[in-house]
Design a protein around this ligand. Structure first.
Ligand code: NAP
Length: 260
């Protein structure tokens, strides 16, 4: 791909990565190492101290579809990579619409979901409120691994004792009688999660089906201990070209270069 081929000023093709995931960071690092692109990465700005992203980073929402479309045009972006989290559905839908309107090629980088293994004790839920409901009426001891942004749904079921793990603190704390908080950033080792589940006598885990290795330790540990996982299914995503690895993104960028 060559920016001048697109009728724009000569120079490196301009890529925007929508991030907030380890994959986005890996991609940015790989592209910087490869060279030949003018790269920027965008974060929503939710995490207080994000890790360095390996590329110039902007932070904060664009202002919906219109805002992102305007940004793509103003920054003369040649290709957009949606490497947001599988549950960041609003951003992915906005990216699909904005890219179409601005005429910018879009590729999604999306890790595959976890698949249930034979010994897994999973209860599927379509949403976080449904997952909380599926914990049932009797008090449970629950590890909550949903991030901090959607944990208010736990307040609908105050009978359970919650152990909430998130990168940043839950502020204000949940309005439930029994909640403890762990501030930690993955990756989490299976052995550590096994020890955590045992130490806190956890009997259920609330998890999104995020996929990937970094937070899979708790799923392995739950399987070994026979603990139920209430697994929240992924939200619907827009129909856009999608790959599962950084290497495939690099290949797509090459293809794009040949076709422009
Ligand atoms: P979301 O619900 O899909 O998006 C809500 C709004 O946040 C978007 O409309 C957009 O605001 C802004 N936004 C989201 N991602 C952005 C990005 N990369 N750059 C700039 N603005 C962004 O998103 P979310 O689920 O809250 O996730 C927010 C961020 O956290 C994402 O970057 C995602 O990759 C990361 N993350 C999410 C989860 C999760 O479980 N949801 C887990 C790990 C990491 P405007 O409409 O104003 O543009």
């Amino acid at each position: 791909m060559n920016a001048s081929d697109n009728g724009r000023e000569a120079g490196a093709p301009r890529l925007l990565i929508l991030g907030g995931t380890s994959e986005a960071r890996e991609l940015a690092t790989a592209l910087q190492a490869r060279g030949g692109f003018a790269l920027s990465l965008s974060l929503a700005g939710r995490t207080r101290n994000p890790l360095p992203m390996g590329a110039p980073t902007r932070s904060g929402g664009f202002g919906g579809v219109e805002g992102l479309e305007a940004h793509l045009k103003a920054e003369r972006i040649d290709a957009l990579i949606d490497a947001t989290h599988p549950f960041a559905a609003t951003m992915s839908h906005n990216a699909a619409q904005a890219a179409r309107r601005a005429g910018v090629p879009l590729l999604a980088l999306l890790r595959p979901p976890w698949q249930r293994q034979p010994a897994d004790v999973w209860t599927q839920a379509a949403s976080i409120p449904e997952a909380v409901e599926k914990l049932g009426p009797a008090p449970r001891r629950v590890l909550v691994a949903l991030g901090r942004n959607e944990v208010r749904a736990l307040e609908a079921a105050p009978q359970h004792a919650y152990l909430v793990r998130s990168i940043d603190p839950v502020d204000p704390p949940l309005n439930v009688p029994q909640a403890r908080y762990i501030e930690a950033r993955g990756p989490f080792a299976e052995a550590d999660d096994h020890a955590l589940l045992t130490a806190h006598r956890i009997d259920a885990i609330l998890s999104k089906n995020s996929g990937g290795e970094a937070t899979y330790g708790k799923i392995n540990a739950a399987r070994a201990l026979g603990i139920e996982v209430v697994m929240v299914a992924r939200p619907a995503r827009p129909e856009v070209e999608t790959v599962a690895s950084v290497v495939q993104v690099l290949g797509w960028l090459e293809t794009l270069g040949r076709s422009t």
